[in-house]
Design a protein around this ligand. Sequence first.
Ligand SMILES: [Fe+2]
Length: 205
Amino acid sequence: MTFEKHVAIDFTKVKPSVMKMQGISETTMTEHFKLYNGYVNKYNEVMEQIEALSNDDVKAGQITHSKIRSLKTALAFALGGTINHEVYFHNLGGSGGKPSGKLISQIEKDFGSYERFEAELRGTAMAARGWAFLCWNKDMKRLLIVIGDDQSTFPVWNSRLLLACDVYEHAYYLDYKTGRAAYLDAFFKNVDWKDVETRFEMALK
Ligand SMILES: [Fe+2]
């Protein structure tokens, strides 16, 4: 087996605009990158440990406690934490407003209007314990807004993640204390809709 380590993205270099946002401070982002790097490191560590399991360990799966259970639950959490944050950071650093092109047409088709879509995404983000996600569901051929209550919950199969909104308190506590609604105002002011549109184009292919 050959496991290739995932290398954490340096968003300060790949997307420096995320360090100069209105309403989401550089300090918040710097701290958030530390958490993201932690998920990447844990993903690499867990994958190495899975590869190192003996055949006996692999066969000894058990639901209360077993090495493979611990590693597989950690894998889903660490990989979810890695991917969720990579999409979220790429989604930020823009100038907000509204999407355009095929994405706005699909939003209007599936949600009635942009205003209704944004209200539903905000409401979902207020109701979530970890993440609100916009995804393109390939089976239903429609956009869906869903909750991910922790890093490892993304409940809808065959969905491509387009927009991730982190609502764990670490995403806003330094800037707004417990004021999640004010953070969501800032989130929408900084969405990079071009990034979301590109993800949608890729999902349609
Ligand atoms: Fe986060």
